[in-house]
Design a protein around this ligand. Structure first.
Ligand code: AMP
Length: 142
């Protein structure tokens, strides 16, 4: 497996060199909206420490990311009036991974509405800003 590339796009977001629609942050994890959502409210949860994917991440960082993904999933049920949540995580190109900093997809789902294909369309900035606000409000409400 190739080594971690510190210039991947999520590493740049983590360093604050690129913007994101942040919804959650603690000392070990960051969560922000996917700009090409497969469904409204599609969120990515990342460990802050460098890790390419599930094959090299330390177990405690992976466990923390899973815990944050659960928190996001619960809040997203309320924020997006979801009927369910799809959680996905891809590893290496053959596994569907495109950005090589570990991330977990948390995707709110409505009954009967299929997900869009990956990277189908960029969402409008104002829509993403509104969705980030809604998700943060649901997170704050606990
Ligand atoms: P994957 O590596 O296949 O698990 O997916 C990478 C995900 O990152 C895709 O869903 C993209 O839509 C998303 N993505 C790519 N660039 C950005 C960005 N700058 N901000 C937020 N999401 C992004």
């Amino acid at each position: 497996m190739p080594s971690y590339d510190p210039n991947n796009i999520f590493a740049k977001i983590l360093r604050g060199e690129l913007p994101c629609y942040k919804v959650y942050e603690d000392d070990k994890a960051l969560a922000f909206l996917d700009i090409m959502p497969r469904a409204p409210g599609h969120t990515l949860v990342l460990p802050k420490a460098p890790a390419r994917n599930i094959l090299d991440v330390p177990a405690d960082d992976l466990a923390h990311v899973a815990t944050v993904a659960q928190t996001i999933a619960k809040a997203a049920m309320t924020a997006f009036a979801a009927d369910g949540i799809t959680v996905q995580q891809f590893n290496e190109g053959a596994g569907g991974q495109v950005v090589f900093h570990l991330h977990v997809h948390v995707i709110p789902r409505k009954a009967g509405q299929p997900m869009k294909p990956p990277a189908a369309a960029k969402e409008k900035p104002e829509v993403l800003a509104e969705q980030a606000k809604a998700l943060m409000a649901a997170l704050a409400a606990g």
